[in-house]
Design a protein around this ligand. Structure first.
Ligand SMILES: Cc1cc2nc3c(=O)[nH]c(=O)nc-3n(C[C@H](O)[C@H](O)[C@H](O)COP(=O)(O)OP(=O)(O)OC[C@H]3O[C@@H](n4cnc5c(N)ncnc54)[C@H](O)[C@@H]3O)c2cc1C
Length: 425
């Protein structure tokens, strides 16, 4: 009997953990991703704020999986999935016996094309590089202009969405603007510089305990971030944004971290998507009606205790391992088992010396939380070299208040543009 062919779509947290868990399986494994690298999304905001280089959080998928003799990697765009013919459509058709789909999520602009066109996302590496260049360039432009109003607009940075990504980036920007850029731009008046964090709900960090949210909000305010709670962005144009109460904020930079929705690949798998386009799966992670297909990570909608599992890396990693175990069981004639999520907690930092951590009933905020945040994030970074470089960069920044990668580099259209076209498809 020939070994079954297992195709994994996506080399993010879920896809990679599935591939690794299949390393000893009697199977022919193929991992497909549109990029040739896997990257650590939780530290993306540090690339976007000049602290880390992309190479410190991203690694070639081929190098991560090169020890696995049963696994091949293909850099290609998945354009369709034919569930009946059991074929993944890329530049050529790729047949499968078992399919694990881990295509993740994209930025959610809630169908507002103006917001998509006039805001910047923070979802991919090219987003982070584009954002870093854009933010630094606003300061270059601000030194040149003689128009006071335009200078204020150039120096206003709006972040829409106060979840973990929004608050982490707001904290990082405030540190960059308070401690570092005044040294680079000694002749520029920094008084007009604003970081405005807008959140539709009445508190930040909605998925955390309210007390942790209000503590994080207090720290952000003390660090100079303006919080606008209970307001949503309804319009965006080239000059700024308008809120639902009609308030106008003129800003040359609007960063959209207000939400994500499932990758458009999900549309190939179901005609009845759940909230945010996620694909409903059975408790075994299988696609209803197609036992050979499993959907995992951000793309999959699976409820536990009446709530959908969150879009978090540990969920994707655990589901990847589980999907691999199911494939091994099924190919040996056994039955797949239901998935149970082991909650490892959530954490977010608002910058130097302060993070909030929630581990079940245990809640930690402040310096101890920040140390926990550092250790956990360091542990998850792939390769000893990257761990060492990241640790050195963090220590350097901690001691000298320096974010060394303040480079304005040429960037392409960025993933934000790709995502816009994806949303329009
Ligand atoms: C800025 C940011 C910060 C975050 N911080 C945290 C955090 O601190 N803690 C936490 O737990 N979670 C965090 N998350 C969420 C976490 O990253 C996701 O939950 C996790 O990545 C989901 O894993 P996944 O495998 O489902 O998708 P992903 O890891 O996103 O992987 C999806 C992969 O599929 C590929 N792909 C998609 N479509 C196609 C296609 N058509 N063809 C080919 N390849 C395709 C993509 O290139 C990508 O490599 C953060 C997310 C972001 C954006």
């Amino acid at each position: 009997m020939t070994a079954p062919r297992v195709v994994i779509v996506g080399a993010g947290f879920g896809g990679l953990s599935a591939a690794r868990a299949l390393r000893r399986a009697d199977a022919e494994v193929l991992v497909i991703d549109r990029y040739n690298y896997h990257f650590f999304q939780p530290l993306l905001y540090q690339v976007a704020s000049g602290l880390l280089d992309p190479a410190e959080i991203a690694h070639p998928v081929r190098s991560i999986l090169r020890g696995q003799r049963n696994t091949d990697v293909r850099m290609d765009e998945v354009r369709g999935i034919d569930l009946h013919r059991q074929v993944v459509r890329c530049s050529t058709d790729i047949p499968y016996d078992y399919l694990i789909v881990a295509a993740g999520a994209v930025t959610n602009h809630f169908g507002n094309q103006d917001i998509a066109a006039h805001t910047m996302g923070l979802k991919g590496l090219s987003d982070a590089l584009a954002l870093r260049a854009h933010v630094l360039e606003r300061f270059e432009r601000a030194t040149e202009t003689t128009d006071e109003r335009e200078r204020r607009r150039l120096l206003t940075f709006v972040i829409a969405g106060a979840g973990p990504t929004g608050i982490e980036y707001a904290g990082a920007l405030s540190e960059l603007f308070v401690h570092l850029l005044p040294k680079d731009f000694p002749r520029l008046d920094f008084a007009p510089v604003r970081v405005v964090l807008i959140e539709g709900r009445n508190r930040v960090l909605e998925t955390f305990h309210p007390r942790l949210g209000s503590m994080a909000a207090g720290v952000l305010r003390r660090r100079g971030v303006e919080l606008v709670l209970g307001r949503t962005v309804t319009e965006a144009d080239a000059a700024g944004i308008t809120l639902d109460d009609g308030t106008r904020v003129d800003a040359a930079t609007v960063i959209w971290t207000a939400g994500v929705c499932a990758s458009p690949v999900g549309k190939q798998l179901t005609e009845l998507p759940a909230r945010f386009g996620r694909v409903p799966v059975r408790s075994t992670l299988q696609l209803p009606g197609h036992d050979e297909v499993q959907v995992i990570g951000d793309l999959a909608e699976l409820e536990e205790n009446g709530e959908p599992l969150p879009m978090l890396a540990p969920v994707a990693i655990q589901q990847g391992e589980h999907a691999a175990a199911n494939v091994i069981a099924m190919s040996g004639g056994g039955a797949p088992t239901p998935f149970r999520y082991h909650d490892k907690g959530t954490m977010a930092t608002v910058g130097r010396n302060y993070a909030v951590v929630q581990l079940g009933r245990i809640r930690v905020a402040g310096f101890v939380g920040w140390l926990m945040w550092l250790v956990v994030h360091l542990t998850y970074i792939i390769s000893f070299r990257s761990k060492a470089v990241v640790l050195i960069n963090w220590a350097w920044n901690y001691i000298f208040y320096d974010r060394p990668v303040r480079l304005i580099t040429e960037v392409g259209p960025g993933r934000a543009a790709e995502q816009q076209t994806e949303e329009q498809r």
